[in-house]
Design a protein around this ligand. Structure first.
Ligand code: HEC
Ligand code: HEC
Ligand code: HEC
Ligand code: HEC
Ligand code: HEC
Length: 396
């Protein structure tokens, strides 16, 4: 009897939870777009948007496992919570205490939540439809409302894009400004206000953003270039030529993107070394996800040898409610922001040792600082890899 009651409560609860589209089977994964958009699919497959889910991103997977363990919430509930931005087309956007009870009683196997999570297209993370099936973005919504909660999807198999006057044999098209002048709105749907379980913000990209003649897409996709939107021959035996952008969304995980991302200016007044780091990008660096790190390595040398080296880590510490170190999502306290402000700079001063005649400073970036990497036992090389940004030297 109790079981039946639980199932009833559970079903009722899910009726209003499943409001997102799962029906577009012929459209939902990138393989369906491949025949006619080979270039876009190939570029996107190499991006971290295509890896932003439990299966392909070790850091995300271990963070989800850790949150579930520490908050004693079921793994599926945490997956659903994170899906708002990492898998926004999932059919269920929240779970509640009734679901937790179902899991504890091992009655969740056939549940809507489990069905929603056990769907292959979710293993594509932020895929084509996540961006191109959006009808409206509620950019006026309160800053807390992000990801799927900000989006209205197209009802039918209708694709939104920058043109709207294209003709495809496979889908209808419509023009949307968030693929044109308002493209930042699309990106900031998810790239802002990422929060801890206690509601502390550890990503403020939208607030930090400084006026710039460049949009996110100019730097993280490419400038608009002449090419083809679709490779199929629709224009007298040839594809139409159109202006478009690269879809590889290059960012923090690509070493080449870090080269010269910041400028370094060194000076000395014989007693002190002054290190000025300049950021000419419209958002702070690091910004984005928590526990990112800038690493400064200072080498003091005399005319003949290396005297000493020193490392300075610019990152943040995350403190749990038990006053222990933790991961960004579980923090109740966050240490001072050490990032380099958008369109601004930060200056550090270090003593100049008497014996030193010159100093070399190099700046690099790591995706995860030592503390969080240890806590989560991250094994893949990419998380500890030092990505070179720039290096300068100065004489006494
Ligand atoms: C059978 C071929 C075919 C398939 C499959 C297909 N498309 Fe297209 N698509 C086209 C053609 C043709 C155009 C128009 C090209 C042109 O006029 O330059 C187009 C245009 C577009 C545009 C630009 C729309 C605009 O007007 O701004 C987008 C975005 C797009 N497709 C996305 C997708 C996505 C996402 C998928 C997979 C879910 C997909 N397409 C599947 C053929 C296809
Ligand atoms: C539906 C939510 C969502 C939208 C919309 C979105 N992103 Fe992302 N983006 C993510 C998530 C989640 C990740 C993290 C992927 C990971 O590392 O697992 C990410 C990662 C990235 C990265 C980092 C890639 C790397 O190699 O480090 C860049 C750059 C990026 N997005 C740019 C953009 C741009 C530009 C837009 C707008 C055109 C955009 N994103 C729109 C959710 C989104
Ligand atoms: C994170 C959001 C995002 C994702 C994911 C995404 N696109 Fe786009 N797409 C854009 C934006 C923004 C533009 C407009 C670029 C511009 O300014 O021309 C665009 C434009 C296009 C166009 C028109 C040609 C062009 O380059 O402007 C096509 C076709 C297209 N996308 C297909 C795809 C396909 C296929 C996929 C999946 C492999 C995909 N997109 C994934 C954001 C996205
Ligand atoms: C003028 C170029 C420029 C513009 C505009 C820009 N970025 Fe960046 N962004 C960079 C550079 C350079 C980096 C550092 C190298 C890298 O990760 O790509 C960076 C880093 C990032 C990172 C990784 C940050 C981290 O803390 O590790 C994310 C996420 C990101 N950008 C998203 C965005 C979004 C979203 C927008 C629009 C709101 C945007 N960027 C606008 C140049 C730009
Ligand atoms: C408000 C939208 C949003 C929500 C909700 C969200 N994320 Fe993210 N997450 C992002 C974006 C955007 C990025 C990419 C930022 C960057 O690359 O710097 C990201 C990146 C990450 C990364 C870094 C991945 C990498 O490859 O470096 C981890 C780990 C992560 N998220 C964990 C989680 C967990 C765990 C949850 C749920 C408890 C969650 N996220 C919920 C937006 C979100």
């Amino acid at each position: 009897m109790f079981k039946i009651m639980m199932i009833l409560i559970f079903t009722i609860n899910l009726l209003h939870a499943s409001e997102l589209p799962t029906s577009h089977k012929t459209y939902q994964d990138s393989s369906k777009c491949m025949p006619c958009h080979i270039e876009k699919v190939t570029q996107w497959s190499d991006s971290w948007h295509s890896k932003s889910h439990y299966k392909s991103d070790e850091y995300l997977r271990k963070s989800i496992d850790y949150v579930s363990r520490k908050t004693r919430k079921s793994l599926s509930s945490v997956k659903v919570q994170c899906a708002v931005c990492h898998n926004p087309r999932i059919a269920v956007t929240s779970t509640d205490i009734h679901y937790e009870i179902m899991v504890a009683m091992e009655l969740d196997e056939d549940s809507e939540v489990n069905k929603a999570l056990d769907n292959d297209f979710l293993n594509e993370g932020i895929n084509c439809l996540v961006c191109h099936n959006v009808d409206e973005i509620d950019s006026e919504a309160s800053a807390d409302i992000r990801g799927a909660h900000r989006l209205k999807w197209n009802k039918e198999n209708l694709i939104s894009g920058p043109f709207g006057d294209t003709h495809s044999p496979h889908h209808k098209t419509q023009k949307r400004e968030f693929f044109n002048e308002k493209a930042n709105d699309l990106c900031l749907t998810c790239h802002a206000n990422d929060k801890t379980v206690n509601g502390l913000n550890f990503t403020n990209m939208q607030d930090e953003l400084q006026k710039s003649d460049k949009m996110c897409v100019d730097c993280h996709m490419s400038e608009r270039k002449l090419g083809v939107a679709s490779n199929i021959a629709m224009n007298n035996g040839k594809p139409f030529q159109r202006m478009g952008r690269n879809h590889s969304f290059r960012g923090a995980h690509k070493e080449a993107m870090w080269k010269d991302a910041l400028d370094l200016k060194l000076s000395s007044n014989k007693k002190q070394l002054s290190i000025k780091i300049e950021n000419n990008n419209p958002h702070n660096i690091p910004s984005g996800f928590g526990a990112r790190e800038l690493l400064l390595e200072i080498t003091y040398q005399s005319d003949t040898k290396i005297l000493n080296t020193k490392s300075i880590s610019l990152s943040q510490k995350y403190i749990s409610k038990r006053d222990k170190r933790t991961i960004p999502h579980l923090a109740v306290k966050i240490s001072k922001d050490n990032s380099i402000p958008a369109m601004g700079s930060k200056t550090l001063r270090e003593p100049w040792p008497k014996e030193a005649s010159s100093v070399v400073v190099s700046v690099s970036y790591r995706l995860v600082n030592d503390e969080v990497r240890e806590l989560l036992d991250l094994k893949e090389d990419i998380w500890s890899k030092k990505m070179f940004i720039t290096q300068e030297s100065v004489n006494k």
